[in-house]
Design a protein around this ligand. Sequence first.
Ligand code: NDP
Length: 307
Amino acid sequence: MSYQVGIIGAGPSGYTAAIYASRANLNTVLFTGLEPGGQLMLTSDVENWPGEEHGILGPELMAKLRTQAGRFGAEIKELSVTAVDLISHPKKLTLSNGTVAECESVIIATGASAKWLDVHGEAKLRGRGVSACATCDGFFFKGKNVAVVGGGDSAMEEANFLTKFASSVTVIHRSAEFKASKIMLTRAQNNPKISFKMNAKVVEVLGEDRVTGLKIENLIDQTSADLPFDGLFVAIGHFPNSAIFANQLTVDRKGYITVLTGTTQTNIPGVFAAGDVVDHLYRQAVTAAGTGCIAALEAERWISHGA
Ligand code: NDP
């Protein structure tokens, strides 16, 4: 298997890169990995994707992007990349079926994964009251009582954002110290809709079809209580899916791939990175799609002039 552009990852970034690369007539392959569609497969309505004026379901949006990429000839393979040799030319991607794909250029769009609490009921109720993205799902909690778990900037930001919709937001944090910056914390503390439950841990998400409450353990006296909530937002951080590249590409201390500012170029010529595996700040479908587009344009330029 030999390609001009090999794309790793099937979120908005990877699919957009595939649309642009294949439409530029480059021989393009996209390896979806184990979770085609990425984080958007976990969301219900996406209401901030430009052009979808009535909103669109996350999985439906991803299916459309996939069809659109295929329309211009990108090969989409439901395989994972298990190892890479990005230094050689062409670059070599070892696949989960044991074969190797050779690619002139590689676009890494493997995204990031939200960290979850890993407690009983959480996985079952994801998308049904359990979320890791207030921007995506906050709107559905108008007039409801929700909880946010975490003590960092993400938790404070999510909590503040949720007060636009929810009637109350309870921040549940496992210690009495916050990682959040002073300004973000103070903003949350001054928000009359936000209350704090410190030294507390969610040990179970309650509900059959939807979240109805949380079992919360008091970490000081080890007592636990079932409290009613309509939603749970987990904001305990994300991790970039960069492990298989980290021995060849420059990554920051949290594992996000480092690119030349204003570009998608990594430290290895011909290797580009886009979307949430690079971006820990904005993490939006549309920003991921934007950098996927840039990566394809840069790969095209590199193949024409730099390879
Ligand atoms: P952080 O790592 O900063 O904070 C994670 C929080 O989650 C900590 O309070 C941690 O608790 C808690 N936590 C971790 N694991 C668990 C668990 N299993 N159960 C319960 N609680 C848990 O992550 P963030 O996502 O908040 O922030 C990441 C980076 O992004 C930071 O650099 C932040 O500044 C930045 N950011 C900036 C924003 C902005 O400026 N607008 C907005 C959002 C993020 P503990 O403290 O006990 O370890």
